[in-house]
Write a protein that binds this ligand. Structure first.
Ligand SMILES: [Mg+2]
Length: 358
């Protein structure tokens, strides 16, 4: 078994801003794993926010790849995953690069795309959203309009800066019919988030991602309580062990392979029964967002076996498990039923557009 590790600093076509800062390059680490004449590829863009950098990843990869070599059979993904977790328990980005390379190798060896090996249904791949970073309002509006013109049907706006309302209003005016999601990247406190949820909901936003600090679970629950938007945990959910404490405070979690090293089905669903009996619906996702302009080949596709585009899949709790949702009398469950259109006089807001392909 042979392998190579390489670093690639990909310059962005334009600076990409979120509430925590602005980046101008995308730092990637690529693993090429060759065994019995077949090469599998894995790549990761580690996040310093989660404690990993290209330096830590490249330093760790030799040990992880030695673990793969020790197992001796790249088809033995579960054994490889277990051993890699022992070798680098706190470095999911590095493990993710190896896991992707191993999975890619196995699929190539079998002569099938990875989505076929995993038995995924291309018709059920959720739509990819295009992320518009923080910029002056007119620039965000122009980027949003251009993204829609390029074929993206769902946009995710980064907010959490000094003038969120002006930025949002500019984008909404530029793309009045487009589904919008908002990601504050933990920038607001609960009071601010609750206040902004009002005009975001009125502006037709379907999902609000990480509105409050990562450790403010009570604040997250407050926001969920006051809005019919789907509220999503991102920074708050770094491993599967975070899910139980978040399950009753939000509707969705955003899971990224570099921060969680999840071996799962891209675009698949987790549903979690909570202690109160109300299931929460959780999204699985992959790598960081593409940067505009997207090449024609990277447009949202229902047949892409492994996506490099961040997106989000959502289902409402009542759709995931109608009996459980219907059985609860909590406020959040009533709202969940309303979102799914199961409550008289109300219609589902986001389920259809969230899962429709572009
Ligand atoms: Mg996010």
């Amino acid at each position: 078994m042979n392998w190579t590790v390489s670093r690639h600093d990909l310059p962005l076509s334009a600076p990409f801003g979120i509430s925590r800062g602005t980046s101008e390059i995308c730092e990637c680490v690529v693993v090429e794993l060759t065994h019995e004449g077949t090469t599998g590829y894995g790549a990761v863009t580690p996040s310093a926010y989660f404690g990993e950098t290209t330096e830590t990843v490249t330093e760790t990869l030799p040990d992880l790849l030695a673990a793969v070599d020790e197992v001796g059979d790249p088809h033995a993904g579960q054994r490889i995953e277990r051993l890699c977790r022992e070798v680098a328990p706190d470095q999911p980005a590095a493990r993710s690069a190896v896991g992707i390379a191993v999975a890619d190798w196995a699929a190539r060896t079998l002569g099938v795309p990875l989505y076929r090996q995993w038995g995924l249904d291309p018709e059920r791949v959720p739509a990819t959203s295009y992320t518009v970073g923080i910029d002056p309002p007119e620039e965000m509006a122009a980027k949003a309009h251009a993204a829609v013109e390029a074929g993206f049907g769902i946009l995710k706006l980064k907010l959490g800066s000094d003038d969120d309302r002006a930025r949002f209003d500019a984008v909404r005016a530029a793309v009045p019919e487009t589904e919008l999601r908002v990601d504050a990247n933990a920038a607001w406190d609960a009071d601010e988030a609750v206040a902004k949820a009002g005009w975001l909901e009125a502006g037709g936003v379907t999902m609000l991602e990480q509105p409050v600090a990562a450790d403010d679970v009570a604040g997250l629950a407050r926001v969920t309580d006051v809005t019919t938007m789907a509220v999503c945990a991102d920074e708050a959910c770094q491993t599967a062990t975070d899910i139980p404490r978040l399950a009753d405070a939000c509707n969705v979690v955003n899971v990224k392979l570099p921060s969680a090293a999840v071996r799962g089905r891209p675009g698949g669903w987790f549903t979690l029964p909570t202690p109160t009996g109300s299931p929460r619906c959780l999204a699985v996702w992959s790598s960081p967002a593409p940067r505009f302009p997207p090449p024609s080949t990277s447009r949202p596709s229902s047949t892409t076996p492994t996506s490099t585009a961040r997106s989000c899949s959502m289902r409402t709790p009542s759709r995931a498990s109608p009996s459980r949702a219907t059985g609860s009398t909590s406020g959040r469950c009533r709202r969940a039923r309303a979102r799914a259109g199961s409550e008289p006089g109300k219609t589902g807001r986001f389920p259809a557009s969230a899962v429709n392909r572009q």
